[in-house]
Design a protein around this ligand. Structure first.
Ligand code: GYE
Length: 308
């Protein structure tokens, strides 16, 4: 019989799936929670995870993906730092017959078959939700609203789409409300602090801030306090994410509202990786994350149950 020859490949436990994951970096609390979720979910699913941190640099992500191709991993996943510039390396993965799953951020590619699915949030909707939260926070306000905006990493899907969603709602809002200054803070606390300090110098009339993530809001709060103003009072603040420190700032009255963006994508990624490795090709092209809005009055009650 040929039992002996087939025993090594078909007998015993199923082959362990190897997933190569290229993370954006470690720029924010959101990212830290996302990384932890991916690592925990891989361990729980019995998936062999190869993990690398690209330090917010596209060339590092491309190098990591190429190395996963060389190592012949079963599935590649990455959270693309920016939307453009992926065609070549994704064609290489396709030629090597290694399926690619995007998490968190989308790409702009000419051939959609270069990735199986995107697991992540609707960032344009988050920008719209943030703008509606700003309207809520400014209810009853009289006089002009001079908004500052701290954008995320230039060219990244969340920065592009949150800017778009926020602007769309603002355009239909009170015509005296204006975005007077907008610049990237690269999704970091330090970036938020430095850029906000410069904004306060050049535009002392600012009385509202949309920070595209909590970390930039937290950095901006330091700059606002250093300038002798009260965050959440003199300058109303709305941000995205809903990480622990963002919630704490809400309970302190320093952030007025947060449009949540859920980083706990690990379990869905492991599920999708298993399906794809088993040959399933018809996953939904976009597996959308569910999330909520939070205002100051809800923060204290919600804080103990927050998972990140
Ligand atoms: O909002 C920010 C992080 O891509 C949704 O990246 C993610 C964003 C998140 O640095 O905090």
């Amino acid at each position: 019989t040929n039992n002996t020859t087939s025993a090594s490949s078909t007998g015993g436990a199923a082959k362990t799936l190897t997933l190569g994951f290229s993370q954006v970096g470690s720029e924010s609390g959101w990212r830290a929670a996302n990384t932890q979720s991916v690592k925990d979910a891989a361990a729980a699913a019995g998936i062999n995870l190869k993990f690398s941190d690209a330090e917010q640099k596209q060339e590092n992500q491309i190098a990591a993906i190429r190395s996963y191709i060389q190592q012949k991993v079963d599935v590649i996943s990455f959270s693309p730092v920016v939307v453009t510039g992926w065609d070549t390396v994704l064609q290489e993965a396709k030629a090597a017959k290694i399926p690619v799953i995007l998490t968190d951020r989308s790409v702009d590619v000419s051939d959609p078959s270069l990735y199986v699915t995107l697991i992540g949030s609707d960032f344009e909707a988050e920008g719209e939700r943030a703008a509606h939260l700003m309207e809520h926070v400014l209810q009853g306000h009289t006089g002009p609203v001079n908004l500052a905006q701290l954008e995320g990493t230039t060219g990244s899907a969340p920065a592009i789409d949150r800017t778009k969603g926020f602007a769309k709602v603002m355009a239909a809002s009170d015509p005296t409300w204006k975005i007077v200054v907008t610049q990237t803070g690269n999704f970091t606390r330090d970036g938020g602090k430095q850029v906000m300090a410069a904004f306060l110098q050049s535009h002392p009339e600012i009385n509202a801030l949309f920070a595209q993530n909590d970390d930039m809001a937290l950095g901006a709060i330091q700059a606002i306090e250093a300038a002798g103003k009260k965050p959440g009072v003199d300058i109303k603040i709305v941000s995205c994410d809903g990480v622990h420190d963002g919630f704490v700032a809400m309970t302190q009255g320093k952030i007025n509202a947060i449009a949540e963006c859920n980083p706990l994508l690990g379990p869905q990624l492991m599920d999708a990786a298993k399906q794809v490795a088993a040959g399933k090709t018809d996953l939904p092209k976009w597996i959308k994350t569910k999330e909520s809005d939070f205002t100051q009055d809800q923060a204290a009650a919600a804080l103990p149950t927050r998972k990140y």
